[in-house]
Design a protein around this ligand. Structure first.
Ligand SMILES: NC(=O)c1ccc[n+]([C@@H]2O[C@H](COP(=O)([O-])OP(=O)(O)OC[C@H]3O[C@@H](n4cnc5c(N)ncnc54)[C@H](O)[C@@H]3O)[C@@H](O)[C@H]2O)c1
Ligand SMILES: [Zn+2]
Length: 497
């Protein structure tokens, strides 16, 4: 895990960074040093290309720094003003805000010889203006806040390490199905996955890429298959089953599914049928898999005739969601997972939006898993209540098939559509709310270039559509209901989208 230092210029990030790196045995990465490694000083970059040139270099530097896994990363004063930098830094790291008083900062900066193009001549006035703008941002992105007195860096380091211990939490969520199991959510979990009682052997099922990235954490034999939804097939299941047989896996042994929903679904399916059913441990590596597919026990593969047409219910014996692995997940997949997270916020727990704004990933995943666990336990076999998890998916599935949107993006548009339908039926008016929250994380809220007739046709073909023109709608925040919707309302809502 990285420790990222943020704060105003003069708050002591470099000095504390050095001491912290030494004290915790981490490498020190200074983003300003990466920026100037090309040869131009910060002043020259500002002079030649203005602040925008500097910020572009800074973004590249942050991306590079965030690739480290066990470093102290010291950032510039304005780095975290850009949300994309925050996202990069948060994925594999905890953010520490070094907070100092305005007067103290002015005193330090007036006495400093370092080049500070953002400050100009009126240091006090500029500090006041910039600080009032940035202080709330520092506060909101920080996992921990420490008062900094750069003259005594060791004391600051001590405070940081004490507080860090407190944030290195691991959360556990119980899924009360029969039998029940635990979802463990935290960081650095991959190396700690224990085999369940009675198991002598395990086989890890995954993709080659994930084996390259995370293989070191597992001392078991591997079976890998290529990435992509098209490999979620009976053919893959056959090859994997034979692989388990060759590895001589027995009834009490276990399959470890390391990957996104594709790996989870196929591995779960194979485990549920091999030897008439052996145990599976789900180790989700995408955000979607962490908050959705790894919990609940639905497994399956696709047929040429449709998605998930062959499958079983087979609850995992444990789930381990290691947030550190999200660092290597492509941005678009990450954002897609956020659509499911926001779905939980809408149907069950609006406070998730606050956690998202704070970039509290542990909190976000834990709350989401809690909701999925609760719904699943109340309806293990998908006979009723589980339908609310389909919020946004009626239209979502249809436009996912008919456009190049990926699942989460399509669901995002589908939730806005559901909110419009709810408004037309007089149930609630949450359309603006939906657009605002989804927009804020960069998810689409409308789709172009599709004809209603095409979309409607796809909606009618959807397997989950068997109940007729019924949709999950909100009567208010966190108040989902399933309601029939007249066809003309479905069409009007499409036009308003
Ligand atoms: N069983 C359920 O209840 C359930 C629920 C929702 C979705 N699903 C299924 O889940 C599937 C979609 O899952 P998904 O969105 O996780 O996609 P995915 O499994 O295809 O993963 C997306 C891509 O990211 C790569 N990847 C995964 N983790 C990574 C990491 N940490 N670093 C770098 N690359 C990584 C994968 O190799 C893959 O190419 C669909 O098949 C869907 O039907 C199942
Ligand atoms: Zn979904």
């Amino acid at each position: 895990m990285n420790i990222v230092l943020v704060g105003f210029m003069g708050s002591g990030k470099s000095k504390v960074g050095k001491a912290l790196a030494k004290a915790t045995g981490r490498e020190l990465i200074d983003t300003d040093a990466l920026i100037t490694s090309g040869g131009s000083s910060i002043g020259e970059i500002f002079h030649n290309g203005g602040e925008s040139a500097f910020r572009a270099k800074e973004r590249a530097a942050v991306k590079e720094a965030a690739r480290a896994s066990n470093a102290v990363i010291s950032t510039g004063g304005g780095t975290v003003v850009d949300p994309s930098n925050v996202r990069e830094l948060k994925r594999g790291g905890l953010i520490v805000y070094l907070k100092a008083d305005e007067d103290e900062l002015v005193r330090r900066l007036e006495g400093s010889k370092k080049e500070r193009p953002m400050l100009g001549k009126d240091v006090a006035g500029r500090v006041r203006a910039l600080l009032s703008e940035r202080e709330p941002i520092y506060e909101s992105v920080a996992d921990i806040v420490v008062r900094s007195d750069a003259r005594n860096a060791d004391r600051v380091v001590e405070q940081i390490t004490t507080k860090l211990d407190g944030t290195q939490r691991t959360n556990r969520v119980r899924v009360a199905t029969a039998p029940s199991y635990t979802v463990t959510i935290g960081r650095g979990l991959l190396g700690d996955i224990a085999l369940p009682k009675g198991a002598e052997k395990a086989v890890v099922i995954s993709h080659p890429r994930l084996r390259r990235l995370y293989g070191a954490a597992f001392a078991h034999p591997w079976l890998t298959f290529p990435e992509g939804e098209e490999h979620k097939s009976l053919a893959t299941a056959a090859v994997l089953s034979e692989g388990l047989a060759k590895a001589a896996l027995h009834r009490d042994d276990v399959v470890i599914a390391l990957g996104g929903g594709v790996v989870g679904d196929v591995s779960g399916f194979v485990a549920s049928t091999y030897g008439r059913g052996i145990r599976v441990i789900q180790v989700p590596t995408t955000l979607l898999a962490m908050v959705d597919s790894s919990v609940g026990g639905k497994t399956g593969v696709n047929l040429p005739q449709g998605k998930n047409l062959v499958g079983t219910f087979h609850q995992p014996s444990a789930v381990y969601a290691d947030l550190d692995v999200l660092r290597t997940l492509p941005e678009r997949d990450y954002r897609g997972g956020l659509a499911e997270v926001i779905k939980y916020a809408f149907i069950a727990d609006p406070s998730i939006v606050k956690l998202l704004e704070k970039e509290d990933l542990l909190g976000v995943v834990t709350r989401s898993v809690k909701i999925k666990a609760e719904v699943v336990a109340s309806d293990e076999r998908d006979a009723g209540r589980r339908a609310i998890l389909n919020y946004g998916h009626t239209l979502g599935h249809a436009i996912e098939l008919a456009s190049d949107l990926q699942h989460g993006e399509a669901v995002s548009v589908g939730m806005v559509y559901a909110a419009i339908v709810a408004r037309l039926l007089g149930l609630s008016d949450l359309v603006d709310d939906h657009r605002r929250v989804l927009d804020a994380v960069g998810l689409p809220t409308r789709v172009d270039g599709l004809r209603w007739s095409e979309v409607r046709k796809r909606m009618l073909l959807d397997k989950k559509y068997a109940m007729g023109d019924r949709m999950v709608l909100l009567e208010g925040p966190a108040k989902p209901v399933v309601r029939p919707v007249p066809v003309d309302v479905l069409e009007r809502a499409w036009k308003e989208l």
